[in-house]
Design a protein around this ligand. Structure first.
Ligand code: ZN
Ligand code: ZN
Length: 271
């Protein structure tokens, strides 16, 4: 029974982080494709702080720079420049390298505030990681109260690292494989990989995303699934998110490129 709960814990936080990354960090904060209710935004940001240690300003800046210099010199993590396996294995290092450049953050994340309380808590990634680790150890202790403290500490560390590695791998696949393998709907250097989209709440539909970065829905064909989109639709239904519709010209470009009315176009047009 313990291992069932432990596995569910790891998968739950891996997927929760994947969903919050795509909905909050990527589609809302970086590309402004939607606006989230401030409480929802804070909850998503706090979860990412605890289980990934990601600082919003850094993620937004590195990703916007990636869009600015996609697969040309200046791209923080391009398999065309660095090599596919270098990105798949070294993605966190490439991310950290760019996030450490003050100029990148100041230039690309001007609109993301860094107030004193941000700097004290949510912009302090290491503090988030340590608290998240402590919570995971507490969870193990609660699940198996009869064991010694070091048992909870060691297993808690194992669970925390496992969910972190899954998250890191999913992101490495997006930045590496989704610029090298897979199929294209549009002529840009990114690619779509359906199985990566399942792992990453839709981010694997990266060719679609590079073509229409401000689209809130990443799937465009009936056979493509974007698990982040139903989450956004639910938030919209609950009046916790406002989705910015794509301009008509973009919808028309999508339709002519794919040769059919894509799902996104149909849904956006119906709004
Ligand atoms: Zn990309
Ligand atoms: Zn993007």
């Amino acid at each position: 029974m313990f291992w069932l709960w432990a596995t569910l814990y790891v998968l739950f936080f891996f997927q929760l982080s994947a969903i919050f990354t795509t909905v909050y960090l990527h589609r809302a904060a970086t590309h402004k494709a939607l606006t989230l209710n401030p409480v929802v935004e804070l909850l998503m940001r706090a979860e990412l702080w605890l289980y990934t240690g990601i600082v919003t300003r850094e993620w937004v800046a590195v990703h916007r720079k990636h869009h600015h210099f996609t697969d040309v010199p200046g791209d923080p993590h391009s398999p065309y420049i660095e090599g596919l396996w270098e990105i798949i294995i070294g993605n966190p290092w490439y991310y950290k390298r760019e996030a450490g450049h003050k100029e990148t953050i100041e230039h690309y994340a001007k609109d993301i505030p860094s107030r004193w309380h941000d700097r004290l808590f949510l912009d302090n990634g290491m503090m988030g990681i340590l608290i998240g680790l402590g919570l995971t150890m507490g969870f193990v202790r609660w699940l198996s109260p009869g064991h010694a403290w070091w048992y909870a500490a060691a297993l808690g560390l194992g669970l925390y690292l496992t969910q972190a590695i899954l998250y890191i791998l999913a992101n490495a696949l997006i930045n590496g494989a989704c610029h090298a393998l897979g199929y294209k709907n549009f002529s840009n250097t990114a690619t779509n990989l359906r199985w990566v989209a399942w792992l990453s709440a839709g981010e694997g539909l990266h060719n679609n995303h590079h073509q229409f970065p401000s689209a809130s829905k990443l799937s465009m064909r009936k056979t493509e699934v974007d698990p982040g989109w139903p989450v956004i639709r639910l938030l919209r239904k609950l009046s916790l998110a406002q989705v910015k519709p794509l301009p008509e010209a973009a919808i028309a470009r999508q339709s002519s490129a794919i040769g059919q009315i894509p799902e996104l176009a149909a849904e956006e047009a119906a709004q």
